[in-house]
Design a protein around this ligand. Structure first.
Ligand SMILES: [Zn+2]
Length: 62
């Protein structure tokens, strides 16, 4: 999988966060940098969100 916007290879967490932020059935994925741009949040905040979802047992982040 690669980022829809910049073409960078994306990791599992980035795919999971795309699903959470954009929609559950997303077929296009974005890297943390591009998600941060789109949602006007810092990279640190995105990391926090991933940790939060993981802590909540979200299956997208196992
Ligand atoms: Zn990107």
């Amino acid at each position: 999988m690669t980022c829809k916007k910049c073409g960078k290879p994306i990791c599992h967490d980035e795919a999971g966060l795309t699903c959470k932020l954009i929609n559950r059935g997303a077929t296009e994925y974005f890297c943390f940098d591009c998600l941060g741009d789109m949602f006007q949040v810092s990279r640190e905040k995105l990391d926090e969100m991933v940790e939060g979802f993981r802590a909540a047992g979200c299956t997208l982040f196992l």
